[in-house]
Design a protein around this ligand. Structure first.
Ligand code: SDX
Length: 430
C-alpha cells in the first residue's frame, strides 16, 4: 500500500516505479539517486540552475509568501515590526528566535553599543583604499579583514564565540560604512557616540562636522531604523545563500559576511537601489516613461526595482518604504524623482507585460530615493542594505551551524564537455 504522502515515479526507460516520500511539500533530491538504468549508474539528479526550485535548507527564521506579498520574521508580520519594533529588537529576534524582554533588550543594546569601535589598524587599512574606492568594495575587503583581528572567531562550533562575533558584526558594520563614506569625502572619521541610538550613531558618524555633538533629526533617525528592519532578512536570497554556502566550510563568520556582502554588491541584488535612482535620473521626466516602459518590454533593459524571484505580488517592504519616503521628504524636501517613480509604477502595473510576469516594485524601488534625500551618495546605498541585512546573514549562519543535516555545500553538475583526449604539443596545434 503506497503511502499517500509520496510521489510515484515511473522510469519509462526500465518500467520501474519508485515511491518517493513527500515531507514538508518536498522530496529529498538524494532519493532520486535510486533511479537507475544499470546498477552501477550514478543515479538520477535534479537540474535546477540558480536553484529556482530547490530548498537548500530548513529554516525557522523568515517566511515569504510571494503569491500573497507576505513577509514575516519569526512569525511576526514585517508591517508590525516596522511600525512597533526597533532594529536592534528585530536583530535580537532573528538571532534568539523570540522578542526580547526589556532587560534582555537593554543588555543587547549595551553589548552592540560598546562594540561599535574598530581597531585603529582597521582605520589605517581603510585609509589605504583609493580616494574614489566604491564603499561596497571597501566593506567587502574590511569585513574580510576583521577575521584577522578576531582569530578566535574560527571557533565556529563554540556558541559563545558565535554570539560575540554576531554582536561585533552588527555593531561594527555601520562604523565601517561611515568610515568608507568619510574616506570618499576626504573627511576625518567620526568615532561612535555611545549616547545615540544605533541609527542616530550611524548618522553622527556619517554627517558630524565641527559641532561638539551631533543631534540626529528624529524623523530621519526613525526612518533609517525602519529601513534597516525592512532589510534585516529575506530567506535564502543570493547573499544569504552565499553566507550559508561559504559558512558551510566552517570558515570564520567575518570571511563569510565578506562573501555575502560581495553577492549583495551585484546590481541584480543589493546594487538595485542605486540602479533605480540612476534609471529614474535617466528617464528624467514623466513624459519619457512610456518610451522606457516600451524598452523594458522589448527586453532592451530592465526596470530596476521591479520584479522578484519570490514575490509575485507587491513586495510588502516596498509599500512601507513608499509611505516612509513621504515622511522623510517632509524633513528633507521632496525628491523630484518620486513623481517619476510613482508614475512609472502606475503605468507598469497597468501594463500586460508586467502584470503577466507579476513584476511589482520590490524593496529597492523607493529606498534609494529616501537615501538620496538624506544627502547620501548613490554608491553607499548597497552598504546601507548590508547594515540592515547583517543580522539576517548572522542568524541564518547560526541556524546553519546548528543544523545537523547541513554539511559543506557541494552541488553536482551535468558534464557536457569533451570525452578523454590527450595533450597536443604546441607545434602541432593549428
Ligand atoms: C533584491 O531574493 C531576494 O530576496 C532579494 C531581495 C532581498 O531582500 O534580499 O529581495 C533584494 O535583490 C530585490 C531585487 C532587486 N533587483 C532588481 O530590482 C533588478 C531588476 N529585477 C530583475 O532583474 C529580476 O526581476 C530579478 C533578478 C529580481 C528576479 O529575476 P527572476 O525571478 O530570475 O526573473 P527572470 O529574470 O526570470 O524574469 C522573468 C521575466 C523575464 O521575461 P521573459 O524572459 O519571461 O520574457 O520577467 C522579465 C524577464 O525579462 N523581467 C523583467 C524584470 N524582471 C524580470 N523585465 C523588465 N524589468 C524587470 N525588472
Amino acid at each position: 500500500m503506497t503511502d499517500k504522502d509520496s510521489l510515484s515515479i515511473t522510469d519509462n526507460r526500465t518500467g520501474k516505479v519508485y515511491d518517493l516520500p513527500i515531507t514538508n511539500g518536498t522530496i529529498r533530491a538524494a532519493e532520486l539517486r535510486q533511479i537507475k538504468v544499470h546498477e552501477d549508474d550514478f543515479g538520477m539528479m535534479a537540474y535546477d540552475p540558480a536553484y529556482k526550485n530547490t530548498a537548500s535548507c530548513k529554516s525557522k527564521i523568515t517566511l515569504i509568501d510571494g503569491a500573497n506579498g507576505i513577509l514575516r520574521y519569526r512569525g511576526y508580520p514585517i508591517e508590525e515590526l516596522a511600525e512597533k519594533a526597533s532594529f536592534l529588537e528585530v536583530a535580537y529576534l532573528l538571532w534568539y528566535g523570540e522578542l526580547p524582554t526589556q532587560s534582555q533588550l537593554d543588555e543587547y543594546v549595551h553589548h552592540i553599543t560598546y562594540h561599535t569601535m574598530v581597531h585603529e589598524n582597521v582605520r589605517e587599512f581603510m585609509d589605504a583604499f583609493r580616494y574614489d574606492a566604491h564603499p561596497m568594495g571597501i566593506l567587502v575587503g574590511t569585513l574580510g579583514a576583521l577575521s584577522t583581528f578576531y582569530p578566535e572567531a574560527k571557533n565556529v562550533l563554540d556558541p559563545k564565540s558565535r554570539e560575540i562575533q554576531m554582536i561585533r558584526t552588527i555593531a561594527k558594520t555601520p562604523t565601517i560604512a561611515a568610515f568608507a563614506y568619510r574616506h570618499r569625502r576626504g573627511l576625518p572619521y567620526i568615532y561612535p557616540d555611545n549616547d545615540l541610538s544605533y541609527a542616530g550613531n550611524f548618522l553622527s558618524m556619517l554627517f558630524k562636522m565641527t559641532e561638539a555633538k551631533y543631534t540626529p533629526n528624529p524623523v530621519i533617525e526613525k526612518a533609517l531604523d525602519v529601513l534597516f528592519i525592512l532589510h534585516a532578512d529575506h530567506e535564502q536570497n543570493c547573499s544569504t545563500s552565499a553566507m550559508r554556502s561559504v559558512g558551510s566550510s566552517r570558515v570564520d563568520p567575518y570571511s563569510a559576511t565578506a562573501a555575502a556582502a560581495a553577492a549583495l554588491y551585484g546590481p541584480l541584488h543589493g546594487g538595485a537601489n542605486e540602479a533605480v535612482v540612476r534609471m529614474l535620473q535617466e528617464i528624467g521626466d514623466v513624459k519619457r516613461i512610456p518610451e522606457y516602459v516600451q524598452k523594458a518590454k522589448n527586453g532592451e533593459f530592465r526596470l530596476m526595482g521591479f520584479g522578484h524571484r519570490v514575490y509575485k505580488n507587491y513586495d510588502p517592504r516596498a509599500k512601507v518604504i513608499k509611505g516612509l519616503a513621504y515622511q522623510v521628504f517632509e524633513e528633507t524636501g521632496k525628491n523630484p524623482l518620486i513623481d517619476i517613480a510613482v508614475e512609472l509604477e502606475k503605468i507598469a502595473l497597468d501594463d500586460e507585460y508586467f502584470v503577466s510576469r507579476k513584476l511589482y516594485p520590490n524593496v529597492d524601488f523607493y529606498s534609494g530615493l529616501i537615501y538620496q534625500s538624506m544627502g547620501l551618495p548613490m554608491d553607499i546605498f548597497p552598504v546601507l542594505f548590508a547594515i540592515g541585512r547583517m543580522p539576517g546573514w548572522m542568524a541564518q549562519w547560526e541556524e546553519m551551524t546548528n543544523d545537523e543535516e547541513q554539511a559543506i555545500a557541494r552541488p553536482r553538475q551535468i558534464y557536457l564537455g569533451y570525452g578523454e583526449r590527450h595533450y597536443t604539443p604546441i607545434a602541432e596545434r593549428g
